[in-house]
Design a protein around this ligand. Structure first.
Ligand SMILES: [Zn+2]
Ligand SMILES: [Zn+2]
Length: 296
């Protein structure tokens, strides 16, 4: 499937994004402390959680619930990762599922690894928020504000890093973790459709990959996810590491989120022969959270 004429990379507007990849080399002058490396790791893991739990599993898929304040906290946390605003991110991701691996999928790897990983972000075609895809959340003015001013949250973190640890904390703690976070997240769009194995015979190319799951807080079980998008849990068996799910279970116990959706048992059974689909009668287990404990 070829990249179309309106999907060419805009090299001019991409210069700042590509140029930021050189910033960590400034460590040759600033030096690196152990504290900078710890900060880098903490900002990678913490912000990855906001992306996977917030931008992906909540805003794109509505796989659990929370109140409006927590919703803003999740959105702001996600925005600190410098992956644009929650409405832009989740709107494009909904289109990915809606049109997975067709010519209307924003980042199908059928147009090449490079396109799915980063090319689609560098083209002008997908730079605007697809409001039609995310009307349910676009009605919140605070989310629209965050989407329009998507630079505020990452800048706030960058300034905090500088004030806390000086130049090296900014270069390694903030910039290096942000770049790693970009490419960690991007592997879900590229590698998770190219490497790994398939448990479910989905109509797309999604795959389950340990490697991707390890770097993305459990988003590597992407074939599971494409098969059962509404599930908040993406690792379907105990050995499918899913730290985002564990983190959300913890937040549910603290009463901060609730009604986490898990896959129904039928999803884990072998697929019935074609033409003999099982009825959807089985109720879906819901992990209700503090005080309202359910299954899951
Ligand atoms: Zn998804
Ligand atoms: Zn996918």
């Amino acid at each position: 499937m070829p990249v179309t004429s309106d999907e060419q990379v805009n090299w001019r507007s991409s210069i700042p994004f590509l140029g930021l990849h050189l910033v960590p080399f400034a460590a040759l002058w600033t030096g690196v402390t152990a504290g900078d490396l710890w900060l880098c790791a903490a900002l990678y893991l913490g912000r990855m959680f906001f992306i996977t739990a917030g931008y992906h599993r909540y805003f794109a898929h509505r796989s659990y619930k929370m109140n409006r304040t927590m919703q803003f906290v999740m959105a702001f946390g996600g925005a600190t990762a410098a992956q644009k605003g929650p409405l832009w991110w989740a709107g494009n991701h909904r289109r990915h599922h809606q049109f997975a691996d067709t010519d209307r999928d924003p980042h199908t790897p059928l147009k090449g690894f490079w396109w799915s990983h980063i090319g689609w972000i560098l083209s002008d075609k997908y730079s605007a928020t697809d409001v039609d895809a995310i009307r349910d959340f676009a009605r919140y003015p605070e989310l629209r504000w965050l989407d329009r001013h998507d630079w505020v949250a990452p800048w706030a973190v960058a300034v905090a890093c500088f004030l806390a640890g000086g130049w090296s904390a900014l270069v390694i703690g903030f910039f290096l973790s942000t770049i790693l976070l970009w490419h960690g997240t991007f592997t879900v769009n590229s590698l998770a459709h190219l490497v790994g194995w398939r448990r479910f015979d989905t109509p797309d190319t999604s795959r389950n990959s340990w490697v991707v799951a390890l770097f993305t807080g459990g988003e590597g079980w992407h074939n599971n996810h494409h098969h059962y998008q509404s599930s908040c849990r993406q690792g379907f068996v105990w050995w499918e590491l899913d730290p985002t799910w564990y983190g959300l279970r913890l937040l549910a116990r603290l009463g901060l989120v609730h009604d986490l959706r898990a896959p129904p048992p039928r999803v884990l059974r072998p697929q019935p022969p074609a033409g003999r689909a099982e009825p959807d009668a089985e109720p879906e287990p819901v992990f209700a959270g503090a005080g309202r404990r359910g299954g899951g």
